[in-house]
Write a protein that binds this ligand. Structure first.
Ligand code: PLP
Length: 372
């Protein structure tokens, strides 16, 4: 039994291994390890260090605060802020020595305003994602603005982002190649203006799917944590899940037939059975919708159903009439025990979402223990 109520163990060796897998898939292109959102719930600083020691050459974050956190921990690798910045954040980005993303002439001028300490700028092109990025008709103005800011701006990258790289079967299966064609031709037209700019487009799914999308660098997030960007079994790609989330049985009792468990009495015993209480709830990121969706956990290495209403701090499981597990027994919410395992992809499927949201949701109340 763990000394903690619940804990998320993060296998740093797995992150190093996964960076190696993705670097090989990228066929020699550089790898940016994306550690935004607290390293997708794994802890940004330890994940960043593990990824760098596994061969990543730089880091990607979403916000300036995330860049500052990495710098505050003494990480001096190149960092790119992928998201938009507000007024004062441009100066903070420059002060933290992070590179920034710009897609309008205004953004380029904001970056250049930091003068000699202006950050490197990655020009983002919208080739079909429809979010951030210059549309084809606006690229010329963006390029002229970047060129006009002269010595105070260094265009460090040319980038785009795919909308459907994880969609290999649906009607969107060919949209990634359309985006690739648009990006290639836009880059060919402007690359000569910015010698030395690193060209990058691929996220994890694109890296695994099409080596020709790697260009000079790939930006990998979900895969370095050992989750499949396609939502399937990560081991199919040689990826090793880094996170395991465990708790324990804090109470075990025998209920008689027709007795109920939890708020609203939504679950009632069909027969006498052993019911275990796990002190983890939706406030920890174990979503309330998981129980009616048929979620399971491992208790004593056995798959058992989550029953009743998941509450803020607690959930309950049906150990069955013969259930021999007793108070203190380990419960695995995500991870392996013996031959059985529950992946973030399993939890995502029950929850009707993607694995990204599952690991990001593991709450701040769950301590992260970094190992390896
Ligand atoms: C988050 C992010 C990534 C990483 O995507 P994964 O699917 O997690 O590999 C890459 N590029 C940009 C612009 C992102 O915002």
């Amino acid at each position: 039994m763990s000394a903690e109520r619940a804990v998320a163990r993060i296998d740093l060796g797995a992150i190093r291994h996964n960076v190696g897998v993705m670097s090989r898939a990228a066929g020699g292109a550089r790898l940016m390890a994306v550690v935004k959102a607290a390293g997708y719930g794994h802890g940004a600083v330890p994940a960043a260090r593990a990824a760098l020691s596994g061969g990543a050459s730089c880091l990607g974050v979403a916000t300036v605060t995330e860049a500052e956190e990495l710098r505050g921990a003494g990480i001096d690798a190149p960092i790119l802020i992928l998201g938009p910045l507000t007024g004062g954040e441009w100066g903070r980005a420059a002060a933290s020595g992070a590179e920034v993303t710009a897609w309008t002439p205004e953004g380029v001028r904001r970056a250049a305003a930091a003068g000699p300490s202006a950050p490197g700028v990655h020009l983002k092109l919208d080739t079909g994602m429809g979010r951030l990025g210059a549309r084809p008709e606006d690229i010329a103005a963006l390029v002229e603005a970047a060129a006009a800011t002269g010595e105070h701006i260094r265009v460090a990258g040319l980038m785009t982002h795919f909308a459907t790289s994880d969609d290999t079967a649906g009607e969107n299966a060919s949209f990634m190649s359309e985006q690739l064609v648009r990006f290639r031709s836009a880059v060919a037209a402007i690359r000569g203006r910015f010698p030395g700019a690193v060209v990058h487009a691929a996220n994890s799914a694109a890296t695994l799917r099409d080596p020709s999308a790697a260009f000079d660098m790939v930006r990998c997030g979900i895969s370095i944590y050992g989750c499949s960007p396609f939502g399937g079994d990560p081991s199919e790609h040689g990826l090793r899940p880094a996170m395991s989330w465990t708790s324990y049985l804090a109470s075990v009792k025998t209920l008689r037939s027709r007795e109920s468990v939890g708020y609203g009495r939504v679950w009632r015993a069909a027969r006498g059975t052993r019911v275990g209480l796990v002190p983890v709830g939706y406030a920890d990121g174990y979503a309330r919708c998981l129980s009616p969706a048929g979620a399971q956990v491992l208790a004593g290495g056995r798959r058992v159903p989550v029953i009743g209403t998941i509450s803020m701090d607690q959930l309950t499981v049906d150990l069955g009439p013969e259930g021999a597990e007793t108070v203190g027994e380990e419960v695995v919410l995500i991870g392996a025990r013996g031959p059985e395992r529950i992946t973030a992809e399993d939890v995502a499927a029950w929850r009707g979402t993607i694995n990204y949201e599952v690991t990001c949701a593991v709450g701040p109340r769950i301590p992260r223990v970094h190992e390896g």
